[in-house]
Design a protein around this ligand. Structure first.
Ligand code: 5GP
Ligand code: ZN
Length: 294
């Protein structure tokens, strides 16, 4: 990312006090110098935060966080560390490149913890009911024992000019260092149909059973799975909450069919933000619309 501060640090265009580096991760002192040894650990490959990070990136960063934390405690005389990260502006993220903070601590160092809020009014029981991962159960029903032979990262997008109108979809797949791009267009379609077609076409192009991480900015598509709408639709014979037929049934069925061989994990990304592959999908989908205009 051209203008991202941490990408510039990774590329050496902005200097930093380097604490650790490996092939995928860089750790350097936080410029604020508020706590002795306050370190930031960032992936070299840009992503915004943990909400759009790929599994591999997260694993690489967390491994480095652990390594540095151990080094601080084992070799540098600290007694413990805070490790934390902020995701999204509302949560205090000021640099939109994934980073974990490490703040080393010593007994009686006098550093105050940052969160001191009034007690929450809701009970833990209520909170748990609202916040627990309901899809976890579903993921394990038959999903856990699926045998997969590879990992695929699949970015998709759909676009429409007019709704209904001319539409385009795109899918970018990455696996074992290889990238494949697909796109297509249709007349008289809708944005949601194009979003579905992006995912369907991507999945249908994967030849072997894989663990597939799908990244889409379509709340319509992603929440159907993450918020379990699909189970409700299946239970009610493809009727929505108002009792009417769900829209695009044939595409939802095709999607379920395309998912069958794979172990799928859904990720919602923010559209039109600084997620490169999401933006590239958007551009490919829009290019398909332009082709239809010729
Ligand atoms: P956030 O608030 O996003 O969780 O953390 C961003 C951190 O990046 C802040 O603590 C801030 O001090 C640090 N930071 C911002 N710009 C730079 C920079 O150019 N160099 C270094 N080393 N740290 C930076
Ligand atoms: Zn960056």
């Amino acid at each position: 990312m051209k203008d991202c501060i941490f990408c510039k640090i990774v590329r050496g265009e902005i200097p930093c006090y380097k604490i650790y580096e490996d092939e995928n991760v860089l750790a350097f002192l936080d410029i604020e110098n508020d706590v002795y040894g306050h370190t930031l650990v960032v992936p070299k490959k840009h992503c915004t935060n943990i909400l759009d990070a790929e599994d591999e990136t997260l694993a690489q960063v967390m491994k480095a966080v652990q390594k540095i934390a151990k080094h601080f405690v084992d070799d540098c005389g600290f007694d413990g560390v805070h490790t934390f990260n902020n995701n999204g502006e509302v949560a205090g993220q000021s640099v939109m490149h994934l980073h974990f903070h490490i703040k080393p601590r010593k007994t009686n160092d006098g550093i105050k913890s940052e969160f001191s809020n009034p007690k929450v009014e809701a009970s833990l029981e209520e909170i748990c009911e609202k916040l627990k991962l309901k899809e976890e159960k579903r993921e394990c029903q038959g999903e856990c024992d699926k045998q997969t032979v590879g990992n695929v990262v699949l970015y998709t997008d759909g676009a429409c000019s007019g709704n209904p109108g001319l539409g385009g979809w795109a899918a970018i797949m990455q696996s074992s260092g290889k990238t494949k791009k697909l796109s297509g267009g249709e007349e008289n379609t809708t944005n949601n149909r194009m979003e579905l077609m992006g995912v369907i076409s991507g999945l249908e192009a994967i030849k072997k059973p894989c663990k597939v991480d799908i990244y889409s900015d379509s709340a319509y598509v992603v929440n159907a799975f993450l918020q379990n709408w699909i189970e409700g639709w299946l239970a009610k014979g493809w009727k929505g909450s108002t009792g009417k037929d769900v829209l695009n049934i044939e595409l939802w069925k095709r999607l379920l069919q395309a998912m069958k061989p794979h172990k799928v994990a859904w990720h919602k990304v923010k559209g039109h933000a600084d997620n490169e592959l999401n933006n590239e999908c958007d551009a490919l989908a829009r290019a398909e619309i332009d082709k239809l205009r010729l």
